[in-house]
Design a protein around this ligand. Structure first.
Ligand SMILES: O=c1ccn([C@@H]2O[C@H](COP(=O)(O)OP(=O)(O)O[C@H]3O[C@H](CO)[C@@H](O)[C@H](O)[C@H]3O)[C@@H](O)[C@H]2O)c(=O)[nH]1
Length: 477
């Protein structure tokens, strides 16, 4: 039995095991640990070796509890498989709780809170069984948190969409109004929500009942959403007679904001061979002249788009560093050699150190799929974006970054079936718009201001730094 004097704050941290989700929650857990909170990570067994790579880099010793020995890989395609996987935790409560008991007998203090990735369902049940609060963690931004807050209203019978017999929603094209967001064309509102509304509604409701919501963002980047998110937290709590959720902005949870030249090799990493070479190549380029192109840690390239983009890059005559981890064979004949010999292009087929690339003085623009980590890294390092969303909440991020924050321009448009085909002419004109035209320069200067804000937020005593302190205060003993 642990006496009151010996009680410790102990967070059970439940990541969703995909690289971009893990990276953010892990860095957040490190911040809690550095303030004396005991951390136990709850992850599928197969993920532990991958996550330990992060641990080695940081030299901190977290405890792990594993579940589901049968899973070797999180299924990524199609998207509903991820949704199915998100509920896998539901089937493993009992072994997790048993393992916790065993560890308590061996001297580990009982958990005093749960911090979980907003993808995972079932956290409310574990929290009730353990008798401790749960806090919702967003590896993505407030724009998505705002959407999730609205999901229980938007995606049910009471909402603006017709519900089909199988529970899916009927597609409409018109704009949807969500306070705090610009009117959003329906496909940009997470096309997958129309196929899996139940999951979105369930995760939205669980979040609404959390006493704390933790978001990987900073105030200046998403002011309108954050203000509205907080207002809605108060309103929804008043309507249901419970205490309102406290909102903690702890971003950017990336070394980008502290300008450290460090990169992480995760389970998603294929090869580190291109690393030094691509940076050396950047050294040969003019300041702000290179367009960096990368679609995050798991999105696959469409071979048709590889051709259209390659032709556009040559026509625009802009230097580029292109991370092409799939569909390399679709490149036009001789393209790689031609552009390399002309000193215009570098193609990396493996994992690259994105932060160091964005930090490099010759990088002047970023074709990004608008995964939230890429967005916040780009902003924190002062690089404007060509936004080309592919899946998940990326279209929503794109609309906000282009229409409100004005830190990028969009290429193509998003449909219920995914990104519309972008022709070479459109790629070429949008590349020029960002890299050559005056519009690009205006965007670059706006991003520079946000870069300073990001830096201030995470500096000692800054808003994000203090938010972590305040959350630690809130965690019970
Ligand atoms: O060669 C590479 C490729 C990627 N990265 C890093 O990998 C991360 C990629 O994260 P992100 O830009 O968020 O993209 P995804 O991997 O696609 O992220 C998933 O998770 C995000 C956070 O929840 C969501 O916003 C996205 O929609 C979802 O696809 C970033 O930190 C990059 O710096 C590298 O360092 N090197």
């Amino acid at each position: 039995m642990v006496s009151d004097g010996e009680r410790k704050k102990h967070a059970l941290v439940i990541p969703f095991p995909m690289h971009a989700h893990v990276a953010a929650i892990y860095r957040f857990a490190l911040q809690l640990a550095s303030r004396g909170v005991i951390i136990t990570l709850v992850v599928p067994a197969a993920e532990i070796p991958k996550m330990k790579k992060y641990e080695e880099l940081q030299g901190l010793d977290f405890d792990f509890i594993s579940y589901d020995e049968t899973v070797t890989e999180v299924p990524l395609f199609p998207f509903h498989k991820i949704v199915d996987f998100a509920s896998v935790l539901d089937q493993h409560f009992d072994p997790i709780l048993q393992e916790l008991k065993v560890r308590q007998t061996a001297g580990l203090p009982a958990p005093t809170c749960i911090i979980y990735d907003r993808f995972c369902t079932g956290v409310d049940v574990i929290s009730e069984k353990l008798g401790v609060p749960y806090y919702t963690f967003f590896s993505c931004g407030a724009v998505f948190a705002r959407y999730m807050q609205e999901a229980p209203r938007l995606l049910t019978k009471e909402g603006p969409f017709e519900v089909n017999e199988d529970g899916t929603l009927q597609r409409v094209d018109g704009p949807v109004n969500i306070p705090g967001l610009p009117p959003i064309p329906a496909p940009y509102l997470l096309a997958d929500s129309f196929r899996t509304p139940h999951w979105r509604v369930r995760t939205g409701r669980v979040m609404q009942n959390a006493p704390a919501v933790i978001i990987n963002t900073f105030y200046e980047l998403e002011k309108p959403q954050i203000d509205e998110f907080r207002r809605q937290c108060a309103e929804q709590a008043a309507a249901s007679g419970r205490k309102k959720s406290e909102v903690f902005l702890v971003g950017p949870l990336s070394d980008a904001a502290t300008f450290k030249d460090r990169s992480f090799v995760s389970g998603a990493a294929q090869s580190v061979n291109d690393r030094a070479e691509c940076l050396r190549w950047l050294d040969t380029q003019q300041p702000q002249s290179v367009l960096y192109i990368c679609l995050g840690s798991w999105v696959k390239w469409d071979p048709v788009q590889v051709v259209e983009l390659a032709v556009a890059l040559e026509a625009a005559g802009v230097s580029f560093l292109w991370v092409l981890s799939s569909a390399l064979e679709a490149l036009p004949e001789g393209f790689e050699q031609r552009t390399r010999e002309a000193g215009k292009g570098f193609i990396a087929s493996g994992w690259v150190p994105q932060l160091q690339i964005l930090h490099h003085a010759s990088v002047g623009g970023f074709i990004s799929h608008c995964g939230w980590n890429s967005c916040i890294e780009s902003v924190s390092l002062g690089v404007p974006m060509l936004c080309w969303p592919q899946i998940a909440e990326q279209p929503l991020n794109c609309r906000y970054l282009v229409d409100e924050a004005k830190v990028g321009v969009e290429v193509g448009h998003f449909t219920f079936d995914g990104p519309a085909l972008v022709r070479r002419e459109e790629f070429e004109s949008e590349i020029r718009r960002l890299m050559v035209d005056d519009e690009g320069k205006a965007i670059r200067s706006r991003v520079q201001q946000l870069k300073l804000n990001a830096h201030d937020a995470v500096a000692k005593g800054g808003a994000s730094y203090r938010a972590v302190d305040e959350l630690v205060e809130m965690i019970p003993f």
